[in-house]
Design a protein. Sequence first.
Length: 142
Amino acid sequence: MKRFVFLTGVIAALVGAFFVARFYTNWRFNVHAREMNEDVDNLFLALQQFKENLGRYPVGASNAEIVKALKGGNPKNVIILVGKKAQLNDKGEFVDPWGTPFRIYFSDNGVLIRSAGPNRRFDDKRSGDSAAAECDDYFKSN
């Protein structure tokens, strides 16, 4: 009987630890997702302000060139602030909360910003591919 009570207690502790770990993982993921959404919203605002001041979105194919344009490297030397805590890597690129540079795409009327997500890998698989179900990329456009 003592052995049964002991085993029941051990199993209950393991189940409890599993749920605590799961809750912590979900909470941590949600914190990063909120942070990423805030960063992207701030970047959208900055890019819109750039367009209003210069008549177009920043010229440049890379994330780092866009950062330089927002920091005053543009024909009018206009500096656009991007939120209070825009994260940059050592190459001068905007990065998501997981440390991967955003991919930024422009069209005539809008912007698409893409994050690789928690797996830090841009998942460009088609829906028929087996890895498509693992895609955790974020896409956001204005």
